[in-house]
Design a protein around this ligand. Structure first.
Ligand SMILES: Cc1cc2nc3c(=O)[nH]c(=O)nc-3n(C[C@H](O)[C@H](O)[C@H](O)COP(=O)(O)OP(=O)(O)OC[C@H]3O[C@@H](n4cnc5c(N)ncnc54)[C@H](O)[C@@H]3O)c2cc1C
Length: 371
């Protein structure tokens, strides 16, 4: 493996992939390495393949790709060909809401909601496919960065215990190694970004570290159920259905939404998203089923599904979405340390998380000068 790159990007979620693709369109010869803790691209917009049952593949992170009315021209250039080729499909008719009286209605929203086909993870792949010189974008998966160093104007990262990778520019597409939560999550006793840059030498880095401390996160726990009873799944007519819970239900039960995803073998995966502003409470599977049956009491088709549902997995997202104190766009790039920042932790024109992630990455790719 070559060990020196023009850009090292930490992460390979939507922000990192959007950044890499747009930077590659501007500077097609710049070498870019995306270093990612996970096994694939996608980050929080990811897809899981069951290890036990190879037929099961489903989205268990971000459930829909949402864009506001004020979507930028640059984002439109990314998504328009995907909409035309039906890789991004409008799911307005597949998103419903259930209230505390057990009534189901169409969800009314100001956002356009899409799903990427066949899976959410393909969205990142499609973004990367739009780069013009893809061979300049490389990946290092299953690599967790706990420390970064800046030595003689070069960024150095130790990977896989011994080897060093270096670059002139570094991009953090995740706030993890700048936010104090990393001390507990990564079990370290220093803040990697603080450790890399001496206080007082770079105002942008100092301001990022000061601002990010105030950012909290929504935590989510996803309960994954499987229904394979033939009659029950045949009676269910949907390939995909997302039902949001009303605020009263979310406040009382922590249930945020429930998603039904048809599998290639005809069975159904049900993902229940639970939402927490503070500590996560674990709920027993029998209690979940009981609550769901009482909420959907007027709809036999759902009750039949819940009765036959078996809990097969759980996923815990400790920082699924930033909550308040988003950082100003002026802090996205420091030419003193050649460090850039992008992701949904930046405040850009009041749009939702995914749109902010893309918007900030495109903005950063345009800000940078490289030769
Ligand atoms: C269950 C769920 C529901 C959501 N619902 C909504 C919603 O309703 N509305 C909304 O606006 N947003 C929602 N989101 C948030 C949305 O998914 C994100 O805004 C979007 O995916 C952000 O993409 P990103 O690339 O900025 O970050 P990420 O997808 O988090 O990508 C960052 C990547 O960096 C990697 N990484 C981080 N630190 C390191 C390190 N030190 N070393 C190596 N790799 C590292 C991570 O593994 C990750 O893959 C939801 C997210 C989840 C999980």
């Amino acid at each position: 493996m070559n060990n020196t790159y023009d850009f090292i990007v930490i992460g390979a979620g939507i922000s990192a992939c959007t950044f890499a693709s747009f930077l590659n369109k501007r500077f097609s010869d710049a070498s870019i390495l995306l270093v990612e803790h996970g096994r694939r691209v996608g980050g929080r917009a990811t897809t899981r393949k069951s290890r036990k049952n190879k037929n099961l593949e489903f989205d268990h992170g971000l459930p829909s790709i949402s864009f506001s009315k004020h979507i930028s021209k640059d984002i439109l250039t990314v998504i328009s060909p995907l909409i035309e080729s039906k890789k991004l499909i409008d799911i307005a008719n597949d998103i419903l809401i259930i209230n505390e009286f057990g009534e189901i209605n169409k969800l009314s929203t100001n956002y356009k909601n899409y799903r990427c086909l066949p899976f959410m993870i393909n969205f990142c792949e499609e973004i990367l496919n739009q780069s013009i010189n893809p061979k300049q974008i490389k990946f290092l998966f299953q690599t967790l960065i706990k420390s970064i160093k800046r030595i003689n104007n070069l960024w150095e990262i130790k990977v896989n215990s011994e080897s060093l990778i270096k670059s002139k520019n570094i991009i953090l597409s995740s706030s993890l190694i700048a936010h104090p939560r990393c001390l507990e999550n990564l079990q370290i006793n220093y803040l990697p970004l603080r450790d890399a840059c001496i206080q007082g030498e770079d105002m942008v880095v100092d301001s990022i570290l000061m601002g990010i401390k105030k950012q909290d996160y929504i935590r989510r726990k996803i309960y994954i159920f499987h229904v394979h009873d033939c009659v029950v799944v045949q009676n269910f007519n949907h390939q995909y259905l997302q039902i949001c819970f009303s605020k009263v239900l979310t406040d009382n039960l922590n249930f945020e939404r429930i998603i039904f995803q048809r599998q290639t073998d005809g069975s159904i995966i049900i993902t229940l998203h639970c939402y927490y502003l503070s500590d996560i409470i674990d709920i027993k599977s029998e209690k979940i089923i009981k609550s769901l049956i009482s909420i959907f009491v007027n709809y036999k088709i759902f009750i039949d599904l819940f009765i036959h549902a078996k809990l097969i997995d759980k996923m815990y997202w400790r920082a699924s979405q930033p909550l308040g104190n988003l950082l100003p766009r002026e802090l996205q790039w420091s030419s003193i340390s050649n460090i850039g920042f992008c992701g949904d932790w930046f405040d850009l024109d009041g749009c939702g998380g995914l749109e902010r992630a893309m918007h900030s990455s495109i903005r950063l790719a345009k800000l940078i000068n490289w030769n």
